[in-house]
Each structure stands twice: as structure tokens, then as C-alpha cells.
Design a protein around this ligand. Structure first.
Ligand SMILES: [Mg+2]
Length: 180
């Protein structure tokens, strides 16, 4: 199951969090979820987790397919941005890590902090996120199973400086990945 291919290639690609089969992941021993925030569970600038996503996560937590969740967000600067993540974590009953300006994803530190917070090893974790160059690349390097989802909406201005969305599209094409 473990994919030893290209470091930028996600193990799975889904159209969104509600399409993820957490029962299957649990059967594979992956019950600990590291979860990106912006454009994965919430729209950029929104203070709430998208209802359909929240419902799917809660349902799978209730059934025991998800043991623990830790939100891992590149909040960069500003307490306000981190408070927003903390509130979403409270809604979920999860932990959270706000990665700062000097150690954002894909640097290993936020992933390692997240695993420490939920007391989990890489082999029991799944990283879910909408960005190949941060979420997927950073987690996969640590041996974490990775799931790429389509972004919920448009990116923040700051993350548009690097033209990664075009590169991501190109990579998905050469990897032959279609969401499932
Ligand atoms: Mg994101």
C-alpha cells in the first residue's frame, strides 16, 4: 500500500474530505488524522469548518474510525489567524498546530509537533491537505500516508505569489491522478 514513488505524489487523491473512506484507513491502522485547514476544511477567511466536512469527520470519530485529529495550519503571522484555527479545533474536539513564519509546512517541525500532540507515530497517521508542495511533500517525507483533496475555494493572496496551482495541475497530469 505504501507508495514509494515520487516525493510529490500523494498516495490518494479525492475531490474532498467527505469522499474519504476513514473506515478503510482505520482498517489499515491509520486512525490519526493530520488535517490542513485553509481550502481543505474551511474556505480562506472563513471561521467555520464546512458543515458537510464537519459532519463526515464527527461521524467517523463517533464510529471509532478516527482516533485523533490535529489541525496543522501555516498561519505564518498573527494571533488572530491562530485563534481561528484554535476555534475550529475546539469545534472538532481536536488538537492543533499553528506553524509560524519561520517553520511552515513543508518543514518537518509542524508535522512532528502535531504527531507529538496526539502521541502518534507516522505509520498510524494520514495527512490530508489541498497543497502538494506543503501538505503532501512535507508529510510524505516523514513516512506519513498522504491524501490530496481539491481546494474548496480560491487561495489567499499571500499564497498566490508562487504559481504552485499551475504546477500542481501539471504534476497531477503526469502522475496520472484523478480524484476518486
Ligand atoms: Mg490548504
Amino acid at each position: 500500500m505504501e507508495n514509494k514513488t515520487h516525493p510529490l505524489k500523494p498516495h490518494l487523491y479525492h475531490s474532498g474530505v467527505p469522499d474519504i473512506d476513514f473506515q478503510l484507513l482505520a482498517e489499515q491502522g491509520r486512525k490519526n488524522i493530520l488535517l490542513d485547514v485553509d481550502n481543505t476544511i474551511a474556505l480562506v477567511g472563513s471561521n467555520i469548518i464546512e458543515p458537510e466536512i464537519l459532519e463526515h469527520l464527527k461521524k467517523n470519530m463517533g464510529r471509532g474510525f478516527i482516533e485523533k485529529i490535529c489541525l496543522v495550519s501555516n498561519t505564518m503571522v498573527g494571533k488572530k489567524r491562530c485563534n481561528r484555527v484554535r476555534k475550529m479545533a475546539e469545534t472538532l474536539g481536536s488538537d492543533y498546530v499553528c506553524a509560524g513564519l519561520f517553520c511552515p509546512k513543508p518543514i518537518s517541525k509542524p508535522f512532528k509537533s502535531a504527531m507529538k500532540k496526539i502521541d502518534a507515530q507516522p505509520s498510524s497517521c494520514v495527512m490530508i491537505g489541498d497543497q502538494i508542495f506543503t501538505d503532501i511533500f512535507g508529510a510524505k517525507r516523514l513516512g506519513i500516508f498522504t491524501i490530496l483533496v481539491k481546494p474548496l475555494g480560491s487561495d489567499s493572496l499571500a499564497s498566490n505569489i508562487f504559481p504552485r496551482r499551475g504546477l500542481e495541475k501539471y504534476l497531477l497530469k503526469i502522475f496520472g491522478l484523478r480524484e476518486n
